[in-house]
Design a protein around this ligand. Structure first.
Ligand code: SAM
Length: 264
């Protein structure tokens, strides 16, 4: 599949209401608790301007604006998610502080060196050209600016067949990389990793949550699952394969903070 088709496919999947029912507000393992940890690690202050790449429905950006008083720009490939995020900003009274636009992480439209921090949660794993996205993160950061990432981690070549499909790629799994490879991708873009953490338990909790919600939806909203193209018969095997992969250390979730050199 061509890169643009992959991005559109991923954006369409994460615009679905069924995905919102399965995942809740934050579309990443660890939810807002892990976002809070990431924000603390970035050392944000109210004077900071932050970019949230792949901002989804705006949960991370709105949290950062509200809890840390920062100004946030959010960019997402899905126009539907952008519209929902804009609505959420208005509903929470944060529209003056947070701006959402539709765009591509690999071709950001922001000027060079304007952000104090870039955050990207559960999305670098889906970008077809991760090096290009990392170069964009670096370009828009000020010297000394920081990037904070939480993302799916996976050992290449060790994922089982159930987790290597196109659906698994869109579910953030099939093209995920080990923490060390994310660190290398960031380093090649001039971003030196300061901290890495593993949060694999958060991945297990999300698998349990998806299973419980899927079981409920099968009873109460089977028609919506079918309309969203969800293969509920295949789901138990995929969820069990994901659980086993986490237990085997093949699949997990990680946090990284990296810094752009001050000498520019
Ligand atoms: C798993 S969701 C994560 C959303 C959000 N960061 C969160 O944690 O709640 C992945 C998001 O990446 C977006 N996305 C996928 N490819 C993208 C790209 N090339 N540029 C910008 N956003 C992209 C999707 O539309 C989707 O909203």
């Amino acid at each position: 599949m061509a890169d643009d088709d992959l991005k559109a496919c991923c954006a369409a999947a994460y615009s679905s209401d069924v995905v919102a029912l399965l995942l809740g507000d934050s579309y990443h393992p660890g939810g807002i608790t892990l976002t809070r940890r990431l924000a603390d690690a970035l050392g944000l202050t109210p004077q900071n301007r932050v970019l949230d790449v792949a901002s989804g429905r705006g949960t991370t950006a709105l949290f950062l604006a509200d809890a840390h008083g920062v100004r946030v720009d959010g960019v997402d490939y899905s126009p539907a998610n952008t519209a929902l995020a804009q609505g959420a900003a208005a509903a929470t009274g944060l529209a003056e502080q947070v701006a959402f636009t539709t765009g591509d992480a690999e071709q950001l439209t922001y000027e060079d060196g304007v952000f104090d921090a870039v955050v990207c949660e559960c999305a670098l794993c889906t970008f077809p050209d991760k090096a290009k996205a990392a170069a964009e993160f670096s370009r828009v950061l000020k010297p000394g600016g920081r990037v904070g990432i939480t993302d799916v981690t996976a050992e290449p070549g060790r994922l089982p067949a159930e987790l290597s499909t196109l659906a698994a790629r869109i579910a953030c799994i099939a093209d995920a990389r080990p923490l060390a490879e994310y660190t290398e991708i960031l380093a090649a873009a001039g971003l030196r990793t300061l901290r890495t953490e593993r949060h694999d338990q958060a991945m297990l909790r999300m698998i349990d949550q998806i299973e419980a919600r899927l079981n409920l939806l099968r009873l109460t909203a089977a028609d919506r699952l079918a309309a969203a193209g969800m293969d509920t018969d295949a789901a138990p095997a995929v969820l069990n394969a994901a659980r086993a992969a986490v237990s085997d250390g093949v699949l997990g979730y990680g946090l990284l903070v990296a810094e752009k050199s001050r000498a520019e």
